[in-house]
Design a protein around this ligand. Structure first.
Ligand code: RRO
Length: 311
């Protein structure tokens, strides 16, 4: 009833663990898979081990709002190979999120994990990957996006999706450049660039000052940005590829909304802070109940139905 697939990866339902939420530890990711999602995305893996930014790295100033500046903590790809091996041995469908500061780093990580990886998600869109936001992101520069995507395409045979930033005026241009340079799919959106101030200490709260906003509050932004990508595909501005929706999803009804726009699957992240691992079964049950009420037997029967109103 709920099965779908992304780049030849069969998914038992459309629910995927978003990158970064449960770290990169293989045993934890296995537990997340066993809790009901169809696949897991690892923490973003780079060239070298990184500790991340100073504390606090995550705050929740109000319900539905989470601000993070974790700072890409990860063990580096050499160390991560063992974790990936464990996930494969235990048949946990895994998408490996990889990042780099330039195309050379992306190539090194993509090649370094090749023997164990099945699909990559290229993370070019962490809003605070540059400490204190001194530099422009890869995902805010069309030429850099093209360079990184085509470099990874040339460097490895592993299929990959590209995770895009909402912090641009026209996200569909970035989807177009990604697809034209070899992406097999798109995931959108990464977090929304954000800032919060502590009035007692009279300074920005997060250790890195700037961070990324996630949680229910960004769902509406995600829906709009995803619609822009899907509409550009409908207009044949570039080839149709699977789109994975991410941003503020915390219920089966939210999953339905993204599917009605036309996504192939969704990623769930921040909702785990509120519902723990029960979130996947909760979303699955709520999605099934909605489908039963409507008389739908498969996702394809209603996928994309809301998009036609926007054409
Ligand atoms: O690690 C992070 O601080 C982080 C990453 Br890699 C990302 O892609 N998005 C985000 O909000 N935080």
């Amino acid at each position: 009833m709920l099965s779908t697939n992304i780049c030849n990866l069969k998914l038992r339902n459309p629910l995927i663990l978003a990158s970064g939420i449960k770290g990169g530890g293989a045993k934890t990711l296995k537990r997340v898979y066993e809790s009901g999602c169809a696949a897991v995305i690892t923490k973003s893996i780079g060239v070298k081990p990184r500790k991340g930014y100073s504390l606090p790295t995550i705050i929740s100033p109000m319900r539905g709002v989470i601000l993070n500046a974790m700072g890409l903590p990860n063990p580096g790809y050499k160390e991560f190979l063992n974790e990936l091996k464990f996930l494969n041995e235990n048949k946990v469908p895994t998408i490996v999120s990889i990042f780099g500061y330039n195309k050379e780093e992306f190539i090194e990580v993509a090649r370094g994990l090749e023997e164990q990886a099945k699909i990559y998600e290229l993370n070019i869109s962490c809003p605070h990957s540059s400490p204190k936001m001194k530099d422009k992101l890869i995902s805010q520069d069309l030429q850099k996006t093209a360079e990184v995507v085509s470099a990874v395409k040339d460097a490895t045979k592993i299929p990959f999706i590209v995770k895009l930033s909402p912090n641009v005026s026209d996200i569909s241009e970035f989807a177009k450049v990604s697809v034209e340079n070899g992406a097999s799919g798109i995931s959108a959106i990464n977090t929304v660039s954000a800032l919060e101030i502590d009035i007692n200490i009279e300074k920005p709260i997060l250790g890195n000052y700037f961070g990324g906003q996630s949680g229910a509050s960004i769902k509406y932004i995600a829906q709009k940005k995803i619609a822009e990508i899907l509409l550009a595909m409908e207009r044949k501005e570039f080839k149709k590829v699977p789109v994975i929706g991410v941003g503020g999803i915390s219920s089966g009804e939210d999953v339905v909304k993204f599917l009605l726009l036309g996504v192939e699957a969704v990623e769930i992240g921040s909702a785990i802070h509120y519902y723990n691992l029960k979130i996947f079964k909760k979303c699955e049950n709520e999605l099934k109940n909605w489908m039963r009420k409507k008389g739908y037997k498969s996702l394809n029967e209603f996928r994309g139905k809301a998009l036609k109103w926007l054409k």
